[in-house]
Design a protein around this ligand. Structure first.
Ligand code: PHE
Length: 452
């Protein structure tokens, strides 16, 4: 497919775009803004950026290098290097299975909003109670969830991921441009400047361990780390492609899009509801409640809304496809069954696990796990518990068992490793200590919550 003399160039762009396709998704556009709004704006942004440049950089480098070195996906990669650590591969594999179902619930919400805009209900969707009404319906959220999940499953079943990725490569730049336009518009609304200040200026009095935990979980989620996915991507990476600069580009893409999404949504929250703690703490519904109001006030807002939701849908699909693909191949490898059967199984399990999340804000709203709705609970389990554990064990494994040297050599096999000192210090000392402290304090907090 590739011309040999250009393969390293094509190889790098191809690799960065494929990994960015998995990384950029609802995590950036839906999840990042609502967390930033909830956890103090500027302080969350600052903590996130620091983590991205240190933890994110070190872990992504480590995972991709592990994959490229072993040419295996998570379970095999850990097992081949040290039998005792194959547990890390297994743990990492559980994460996508937890995320996939509720990811598709949110994908269903996006699909619902797209259809609402297409069918001319844009101004209804901008109404205050529209979102609340929708997610409290007994059947509707389940239907949209299953539709979205089925589309993901069909793509994986038919093996047409490449087609979707191609379309998405065209869509991603358009999404970036459109988001910048919407953000620019949001910022011009009366009251939006207070939102901009809230988003950009760190207020250190709002700093807490929870802020760091939330930012760390978001980092893993958004960059598809600690779940074996980047190991798999790394296993397909060519030896001659520069690993360090690829990691930097993926990070730049991913963080850039999240940052712009925040600009689009947070100032608008201030413009429409004065940035009250209640409005800022909305959680998973924030994007769905805010953006239709922005579109409503724009000329041609219905069309902009349609374009926006189509683009987000593609960004989400490339991510859910990569999630499902991972789960399907783990099951194929483990149980030696046919790929199509594995697909059907994953689809059915996802329906079972996703229905509670789809209904958790309405019909089953009274059922709480550790004080959380189903969706928040799954989100918490994967992002704030399992992923930090996997990240911690990965750091221990690389820092003390495999030794950073092995990763550094792998990176250097394709060029200079400029930040190898930073990599080594973060992987060996900073990351494991911080992750452990944050993990323990968050679990204690969740248990405290439980006792109330
Ligand atoms: N990183 C994706 C996002 O930001 C989510 C995802 C996680 C995708 C894990 C694949 C694997 O939306």
């Amino acid at each position: 497919m590739e011309n040999n003399s250009r393969s390293s160039f094509t190889g790098k762009i191809g690799f960065v775009l494929a990994a960015a396709g998995s990384a950029v998704g609802l995590g950036n556009i839906w999840r990042f803004p609502y967390l930033a709004a909830k956890y103090g704006g500027g302080i969350f942004l600052l903590v996130y950026l620091i983590l991205a440049l240190t933890f994110g950089f070190a872990l992504m480098t480590a995972e991709i290098a592990l994959g490229r070195k072993t040419k295996l996906s998570a379970i095999g990669a850990f097992r081949s290097l040290n039998k005792k650590f194959s547990i890390v591969g297994y743990l990492a594999s559980v994460v996508p299975m937890i995320i996939l179902p509720y990811y598709c619930v949110i994908g269903g919400w996006v699909t619902k909003y797209l259809c609402a805009f297409v069918s001319g209900s844009a101004s209804l969707a901008a109404g205050d109670s529209y979102f609340g009404n929708f997610i409290s319906q007994p059947v509707e959220p389940v239907i949209w969830f299953v539709i979205y999940l089925a589309v993901t499953a069909i793509v994986v079943l038919l093996g047409v991921e490449k087609g979707v990725e191609k379309v998405s490569k065209i869509m991603m730049p358009i999404l970036i441009v459109l988001s910048i336009v919407i953000a620019g518009y949001s910022l011009c609304m009366p009251g939006a400047m207070d939102g901009l200040v809230y988003y950009l200026k760190p207020d250190f009095s709002k700093f807490s361990v929870t802020t760091v935990l939330a930012a760390m979980g978001q980092l893993f989620y958004s960059m598809s780390l600690s779940m074996g996915i980047m190991i798999t991507y790394g296993s397909y990476m060519k030896k001659e492609v520069s690993l360090e600069s690829s990691v930097k580009q993926i990070e730049l893409f991913d963080t850039g899009i999240a940052f712009i999404a925040g600009l689009m949504i947070i100032p608008a929250v201030f413009a429409f509801s004065g940035g009250t703690p209640e409005a800022l703490g909305k959680g998973p519904g924030l994007m769905f409640e805010t953006l239709p109001k922005v579109f409503e006030t724009m000329a041609g807002g219905t069309y902009i809304g349609i374009a926006f939701f189509v683009l987000v849908l593609f960004a989400a699909l490339t991510s859910s496809i990569s999630l499902m693909e991972t789960v399907v191949s783990i099951i194929v490898d483990k149980f030696k069954i046919r790929r199509s059967l594995s697909c059907v199984l994953v689809f059915l399990i996802s329906v079972l696990l996703g229905v509670p999340s789809a209904l958790g804000y309405g019909t089953w709203g009274s059922i709480k796990l550790l004080g959380m709705s189903f969706l928040d609970f799954f989100d918490f389990t994967s992002n704030s518990v399992l992923m930090p554990i996997v990240a911690f064990l990965t750091c221990i494994f690389i820092g003390y068992i495999l030794k950073p040297k092995a990763i550094i050599e792998e990176v250097e096999s394709s060029g200079k490793f400029k930040q190898k000192k930073l990599f080594e210090v973060v992987i060996k000392y900073v990351a494991p200590v911080c992750i452990l402290l944050i993990l323990i304090s968050s679990i204690l907090e969740a248990l405290g919550y439980f006792k109330i």
